[in-house]
Write a protein that binds this ligand. Sequence first.
Ligand SMILES: [Zn+2]
Length: 61
Amino acid sequence: MPCRHGEPRPGAVTVPLERDGMTIVFREVPALVCENCGEAFHDEAVTAALLKQAEQAAVAA
Ligand SMILES: [Zn+2]
């Protein structure tokens, strides 16, 4: 849940995703980053794309 103290600003973050016991790290993922607490928020399209990539990586491994 977003805090209400900061203004989210466009940025890029590193997102670790755990799947089937392995962690896949995505770098430079577009996000809105809260300038107050540093928490990052992704829109649904970005989240869906990450999950899809994680799934493909899990299949390939
Ligand atoms: Zn915040």
